[in-house]
Design a protein around this ligand. Structure first.
Ligand SMILES: Cc1ncc(C[n+]2csc(CCOP(=O)(O)OP(=O)(O)O)c2C)c(N)n1
Length: 629
């Protein structure tokens, strides 16, 4: 690690540097990021793009007094490094270490936590208005990527900003990429501004002025910066109509230009938007060449950027290849993603059916209502949206899809604990938020073969349906050449038994099997059941076992509250049956980031914990005949 970086302990240390030192520091930070993240994994590309931008922001503004927000905040690593977390940075995304996003509990410099896109402008406006009401003087700056402007909330905020405050700075960090290429009219609009010759000339001459005078006396600098900024000022119709003064586009890697521009904007008494052009992956060729991969990735070889070859396919890949199979048989099937073609696997579907593939941008609510519209016209939309991001679309699911009984299929990847990304990304609430909605069929496959069967079933259901499956590698079972539909609302009994019925939802069936094995060895007869359906739940199966067993055990990778186990309890209660249910799932609080196995052990999602809870219930029943076997 270079000496300059080590010498930065506070915002004041940063402010003492001249431009040459800042440029040196920027290079040190890049090298530090490339090396450190090669071991931990993380959002390398986005952070390499905002090194100079973050340095400039922290040079001009004073956090924690001034409020600096990053949209999504996956690009806030440099902010963390500069704001007191250099020593711990190697722990990022590691158990017990720094979170990969901004966290209010992690530092006073993290004024707002995030992980989902589109929140920075609204939250910043809230802070600016709070400041105005309480007579404060601080600055509020929201940094948002170009893809964040494909999100409705950003525009809802823009619609409000000029009416509510006179002082707020929005920085549009435009690198032309979302995770994939940014899409839609807004992306094209930004592109037109950037490629417009007139803008280019203006900003080139502005950059020359600032470069020429950078380093001279403060008075000269201030005057020249103002001239530079004014010469860059060129009304961008869109933002001007929203009442924000538009500046830019400026080179987001030119430190003096950034610093002087922020100094100028700091003195403005009107809401402003600065359009900054950056390059994702700047300074690291593997990240520039492989933009999608380096948006966010696991450990890699720092010299080559290579990662370990994947072993088993992922659930996302099985989802995508199955959808191709199904789409061949049914021309009404269309696929929709909200800016996640890569993560959901739909980029494998796109080349087969380019006209039946839709990336709507980071716009989950729109994605769902758009699907509803297509469904009214006889299409079979399949919305591939992570469990955590589908939270955004709760009302469209209720109001547009389910209320109208429209046959939209929700394929929820990353359902269950997401691991390293932490609480903003864990998919632990989808059963709770979907289960209470009338009309929806909710399923969870135990393995990849069943995922394919459930997808076939889902596209045949005349109403809404949802399938939840986890992040990462599949179970590795044999696959049927063609998926088969399964009977709706019917569980699959894998092993019959008469003392205890163990239900393992989705891949949690593995824990159910392990528990059954242990209990069998203790002399109990254990049934192992793959519930398949959370809704409609198989009441016949529950009633059948309720008459025979002393207890049920449910395993789910979901919060217990409102989850699958709760559905079992409710169904038994409705049937007037009193059999104890040991529910194994996540407790009623937000789970931190970490390794999945460690967190399961910590929070009792284990066979040991289940055994401990269920044994007393079985012992009380006293079954000597079985104990003897
Ligand atoms: C609501 C929501 N949907 C999807 C995502 C997944 N996601 C994380 S970052 C990202 C792209 C962000 O692009 P941009 O804002 O332009 O920032 P960049 O990474 O290019 O710096 C997406 C789609 C998310 N975080 N939140």
């Amino acid at each position: 690690m270079g000496t300059l970086l080590e010498s930065i302990h506070s915002p004041a240390d940063l402010k003492r540097l001249n431009y040459a030192q800042m440029a040196e520091l920027a290079e040190e930070i890049r090298e530090f990021l490339i090396q450190t993240l090669s071991k931990t994994g993380g959002h390398l590309g986005p952070n390499l793009g905002v090194v100079e931008l973050t340095l400039a922001l922290h040079t001009v503004f004073d956090t924690p007094t001034d409020k600096l927000l990053f949209d999504v905040s996956h690009q806030a690593y440099i902010h963390k490094i500069l704001m007191g977390r250099l020593d711990r940075f190697a722990t990022i995304r590691q158990p017990g270490g720094l979170n990969g996003f901004m966290l209010r509990t992690e530092s006073e410099h993290d004024c707002y936590g995030a992980g989902h896109a589109g929140t920075a402008l609204s939250a910043a406006l809230g802070m600016a208005v709070a400041r105005d009401l309480s007579g404060g003087k601080e600055h509020v700056i929201a940094v948002a990527g170009d893809a964040a402007f494909t999100n409705g909330i950003s525009f809802e905020a823009l619609n409000n900003i000029a009416d509510q405050t006179k002082r707020m700075i929005v920085v549009l960090n435009d690198n032309e990429w979302s995770i994939d290429r940014n899409v839609g009219a807004i992306a094209r609009y930004f592109h037109r501004i950037v490629t417009n010759e007139r803008y280019r000339n203006l900003h080139d001459s502005a950059a020359r002025i600032v470069e020429k005078f950078g380093g001279k006396t403060a008075v000269t600098l201030a005057r020249r910066a103002e001239e530079a900024a004014k010469s860059m000022l060129w009304p961008s119709i869109l933002f001007e109509e929203f009442g924000l003064q538009y500046f830019g586009p400026i080179d987001g890697h030119n430190l003096p230009l950034l610093v002087e521009t922020f100094r100028f904007l700091k003195a403005e008494n009107r809401p402003v938007l600065l359009h900054v052009l950056t390059q994702k992956g700047r300074g690291y060729q593997p990240a520039i060449d492989r933009q999608k991969k380096f948006h966010g990735l696991g450990p890699y070889d720092a010299d080559t950027g290579d990662t370990k070859p994947a072993g088993q396919p992922t659930y996302a890949e099985v989802f995508a290849t199955t959808l191709v199979q199904l789409a061949r048989q049914n021309e009404k099937i269309v696929a929709i993603t909200a800016a996640m073609p890569n993560g959901t696997g739909l980029d494998l579907f796109r080349p087969h059916f380019p006209k039946r593939y839709f990336d709507v941008g980071i716009a989950e609510e729109h994605a769902v209502i758009f699907a509803a519209g297509m469904a009214t016209q006889g299409f079979r939309p399949v919305c591939a949206i992570y469990s955590t991001f589908l939270q955004r679309a709760f009302d469209p699911i209720v109001h547009d899809v389910c209320l109208q009984k429209l046959p939209v299929v929700f394929c929820m990847d990353r359902a269950g604990l997401s691991g390293d990304d932490g609480p903003t990304h864990h998919g632990l609430f989808d059963i709770s938020y979907l289960r209470g909605i009338p009309e929806i069929v909710l399923m969870a496959p135990k393995d990849e073969d069943e995922l394919a069967d459930m997808m076939k079933t889902a596209v045949e259901i005349p109403g809404p349906s949802a399938i939840r499956y986890p992040r990462g590698a599949v179970a590795g079972v044999a696959r049927k050449p063609e998926p088969q539909s399964i009977p709706i609302g019917k569980a699959e009994v894998l092993e019959d038994g008469s003392d205890v019925a163990i239900l393992g939802l989705g891949p949690m069936i593995t824990l159910a099997r392990q528990l059954a094995g242990r209990l069998e060895r203790e002399g109990y007869s254990a049934a192992v059941i793959n519930p398949r359906f959370v809704k409609p739940i198989d009441r016949e199966m529950l009633e059948h076992y309720a008459r025979r067993v002393a207890a049920f055990v449910t395993f789910e990778d979901h919060v217990k509250m409102g989850g699958f186990g709760t559905a079992v309890v409710e169904a038994l209660e409705d049937m007037g049956i009193a059999v104890p249910v040991v529910r194994i799932g996540w407790p009623d609080h937000f789970i931190e980031h970490g390794k999945i196995d460690d967190l399961r052990a910590k929070y009792g999602l284990t066979v040991d914990a289940a055994q401990l809870q269920v044994l007393p219930l079985l012992t009380r029943r006293q079954r000597p005949a079985l104990v003897a076997s």
